[in-house]
Design a protein around this ligand. Sequence first.
Ligand code: ATP
Ligand code: MG
Length: 395
Amino acid sequence: MIRLTGRAYECCLEVLQLLKDAGHEVYIVGGAVRDAILGLPVSDFDLASSAKPEEIMASFHTVIPTGIDHGTVTVIHHGFSYEVTTFRTDVSYNDFRHPNAVSFLGSIEEDLARRDFTMNSLALSIDGTLIDLYSGQEDLKNRLIRTVGNPDERFQEDALRMIRALRFQSTLNFTLDQQTEQALKKQADLLQYVAIERIQMEFSKLLAGKAVDQALHALVQANVHLVLPELQEIEQSFDEIPFLVNLTTEIERWAWLSSTTEKPSQFLKKWRLSNRIIKEVEHLLVNVKNAQDKGWNKETVYNALPEVKSCERLRSVFEKRRPFLESVEQITSDLTITSSKMLAVTGEDLIHWRESSPGPWVGEALKQIELAVINDEIKNEKSSIRRWLKQWQTQ
Ligand code: ATP
Ligand code: MG
């Protein structure tokens, strides 16, 4: 019933065998088992084992101590990486954020009990036996997201699980089990205690899901948008959500979400996105605005490069239509230059021809030459540009 194939899986079986031979218990757990049952491609294998981190490190040549405090190490085997986590039990919780202690004295049963949803708490042994203590398979069949145990308690232990529920709803197109959904509404306030970085990572996946529409509606119904930074107005952009599937990159998705607020950059800072992402989003939003004001032409396309297709996809969401990529591609291929580096002249040439000293005029002239070349007013050749410069001098 579980069909797993491929090189990563074969190497994973070797890792399981090696740990077994060393006298440890070991299982494939979490997303890999869930996705295999769903018939989805699996490339990421997480393992749970009775072996302690130092025992795992002793069994393999290359092991990275990725999260050793939590009992997680990464085994590199034939070039593939496998996260192996020692069976653990969470001792107690007190701040809705994270377990305040973990013990490595656990068993697979205890390990599965602390996992978030029934579909994520399945374990597969090397001989293909499935351990399903919480009717995970049944819930997968019914496409239901249900917490392991009492949902109120599980959300109180770690409020991030509420965002994870919504992200799985979005990526798998599943429904929330009724009790889980009610608990989400009741416990949403606790999200204020969760580090925004953790929420951001789940939210990126949520925005990329095929059922993002349902997930964002469920988020608003549970009033989660009132607890997360700057999402209070998101409902006003709901008519754009069906078009989010047009977007293909994480940057485009964050650009869209930030655009639902007054100050996109401030929003992204609050959500702790990196400066690189903030800069790229700013580039997209400025150029989409230009395209909306002036249409796509040689100048607006040139300025949007190299992300002009991202801009068109984002614009298509704002305008609630399909993206017209062929048209921006056509304009791009008609451009004489695609970057200022392709100009036939440099500032040095201008200084030399004009027999002048360097100054702000150089940058100014280059900008105008660039624009004139893009708009085919002058050829991108030294002689044409030199002629243009003479006339510019006399202005
Ligand atoms: P994906 O395919 O998107 O990686 P995943 O199920 O593997 O999905 P991860 O975030 O990689 O999700 O987590 C791996 C597993 O760890 C989950 O399947 C779940 O069993 C467990 N898990 C992750 N986060 C939590 C949490 N906050 N509370 C309880 N269990 C969790
Ligand atoms: Mg995973």
